[in-house]
Design a protein around this ligand. Sequence first.
Ligand SMILES: C[S@@+](CC[C@H](N)C(=O)[O-])C[C@H]1O[C@@H](n2cnc3c(N)ncnc32)[C@H](O)[C@@H]1O
Length: 204
Amino acid sequence: MSLSQWLFAAGYDALDRTVQRRVRPYRRKTAGRAWGDVLEIGAGTGSNLSFYPDGVRITAVEPNPHMARRLRRKARALAKDVTIVADVGERLPFADGSFDCVVSTLVLCMVDDLTRVVAEARRVLRPGGEFLFYEHVASPNGPKRWLQDRLNPLWRFTTTGCNLNRDIGGAIRSAGFKELEVEDFELSLGLPMTLPNIVGRAVA
Ligand SMILES: C[S@@+](CC[C@H](N)C(=O)[O-])C[C@H]1O[C@@H](n2cnc3c(N)ncnc32)[C@H](O)[C@@H]1O
């Protein structure tokens, strides 16, 4: 386990608090709309926990043990019953059709194999189940995409693996879901450049 993973976990809640107000509507549109048996991929320190409706049964996959420790603490503080599994989205240790919803927020930018994780999300959903996602993505626009590509190596290094320039919408579109709703928008973080984001649902 690397020092950078420890640092990322230690700083994550402070970072999350700085963007909380801007990101809250998208946590409501994903975790807030989950139902039944829910799998959250890359649950981090548990930023979505307070958004889940009462009564959902939450399983959280989180590979970083320092994140998982904070997630466990937050679940206890919020009296949420969460099953935490130390694994990665590329090989979800669950049978086909195990969940009603899979939630992913700000995770697909970091995984090693985007296509594989989306395929796994679809595999573990029951027919009619929903993949609820909120992610920052590559810009479709020329100059901004050019800048994202140039900044990405440094960004990736300082954030322990987050990528600014992934076509996450494209990967979800190609994954064979039956229905897909995707909202594209620009998120302002008060910086000179806005960040292209997507929020949506895909039905298995
Ligand atoms: C930027 S954080 C987002 C945390 C949380 N989902 C949120 O919305 O605040 C990304 C999380 O994805 C996890 N992660 C990285 N690679 C992963 C993988 N291959 N499979 C599952 N989770 C992964 C990281 O450990 C981290 O907790």
